[in-house]
Design a protein around this ligand. Structure first.
Ligand SMILES: [Zn+2]
Ligand SMILES: [Zn+2]
Length: 150
């Protein structure tokens, strides 16, 4: 963990910029309808990281919040880019959208935690072509980095 080099990401209009100083616990691609709608995409990719490892470097005042039953979704109110999700169920963690990382920055998650979840509600337009594990809903308890929220 001490070898992790800080990585950065930002919203599309660059008002909001963040830094991540520790590796993600897990990475997953969520195909649920909520994620599809909120992100305007076929699926959304979440990196889960300890809260103290994510720092908003600038533009926190530009963030707006949408509260769903599964957490608080923070997005830039200027460009609409979704950046972060908080959940009461794990106040020690934050979910950030790995697609907003700069360039080829990697979240540093253990490789065996990457997976597809909620594939039962996958868009007919989405074709999964990788060999990552797939789960109909959340990954089962006890698996490496079993996903809870969102
Ligand atoms: Zn923005
Ligand atoms: Zn989802």
């Amino acid at each position: 963990m001490s070898a992790f080099q800080p990585i950065h990401g930002q919203c599309e209009c660059a008002r909001v910029r963040y830094r991540v100083v520790g590796p993600a616990e897990e990475l997953y691609h969520c195909h649920c309808l909520r994620c599809r709608r909120l992100h305007g995409a076929l699926f959304a990719t979440f990196a889960v990281v300890a809260r103290e490892h994510l720092v908003i470097e600038r533009g926190s005042g530009a963030l707006s919040t949408y509260t769903s039953p599964h957490g608080e979704w923070h997005f830039c109110r200027h460009c609409g880019c979704h950046l972060l999700v908080d959940s009461d169920k794990r106040p020690d963690a934050v979910w950030y959208m790995a697609a907003t990382l700069d360039g080829d920055a990697s979240p540093g998650h253990p490789q065996d935690t990457e997976k597809h979840i909620f594939v039962a509600s996958k868009s007919a337009l989405a074709t999964i072509t990788d060999s990552l594990p797939q789960y109909a809903g959340y990954a089962p308890e006890g698996e490496a980095g079993s996903s809870k929220e969102p």
